[in-house]
Write a protein that binds this ligand. Structure first.
Ligand code: PRP
Length: 187
């Protein structure tokens, strides 16, 4: 999937595939330095973090295991409520291990703060967080400390590189904004 498949549905490209690649290389270097060869468990939160997990994992030299959780947030519409249900749990026992959560986006921070608390109860040695995107509300509310942020974005609705609108556009190699006619707004 690329820009040409989007037609009029794309408003603009916010972060190009090249920019994503360069920023992930920078972060991978920082993350490798931080762990200094100690093994980690990468925890991806389905489904949005698939692209970031796949690309980050390929750039890291730190020995790693990849595991996944699927959660569903109760609540209406596009806002998460912070009440989360586990649809798929981790396969790994994370007790005593160093965990790096990989997220696609932190918005209200409710999902992450729930996740950190849930994983913390399993006795890991440490939990760190990396996210591709962070929205202003996440900074304002400071619900969770994110250790590595690829890009801070504004309030706009973002899609691509794992992020969807009604399950579409996850396959885009870049991060963009959606034209408002797609979600029923004015143009
Ligand atoms: C998205 C995203 C985060 C969460 C962030 O997941 O992947 O997990 O919302 O929002 P918050 O900071 O306001 O809690 P979503 O529930 O849309 O599922 P998806 O990854 O399958 O798209």
């Amino acid at each position: 999937m690329d820009v040409n498949d989007m037609g009029r549905d794309l408003e603009k490209v916010l972060v190009s595939a090249k920019e994503i690649d360069a920023r992930l290389s920078e972060l991978a270097k920082e993350i490798d330095e931080y762990y200094d060869g100690e093994p980690i468990v990468l925890v991806g939160v389905l489904r949005g973090s698939v692209m970031a997990m796949a690309d980050l994992a390929r750039k890291l030299h730190t020995p790693l295991v990849m595991d996944w959780m699927a959660t569903s947030s109760y609540g209406s519409g596009t806002k998460s409520s912070g009440v989360v249900r586990i649809l798929k749990d981790l396969n790994e026992d994370i007790s005593g291990r160093r965990i790096l959560i990989v997220e696609d986006i932190v918005d209200s921070g409710l999902t992450l703060s729930w996740l950190v608390e849930n994983l913390q109860s399993r006795g890991p040695k440490e939990i760190k967080i990396m996210t591709m995107l962070r929205k202003p509300e996440a900074i304002r509310k400071m619900k969770v400390d994110v250790d590595w942020v690829a890009f801070d974005v504004g309030e706009e609705f973002v899609i691509g590189y794992g992020l969807d609108y009604a399950e579409e556009y996850r396959g885009l190699p870049f991060i963009g904004t959606l034209a408002s006619h797609v979600y029923g707004g004015e143009e």
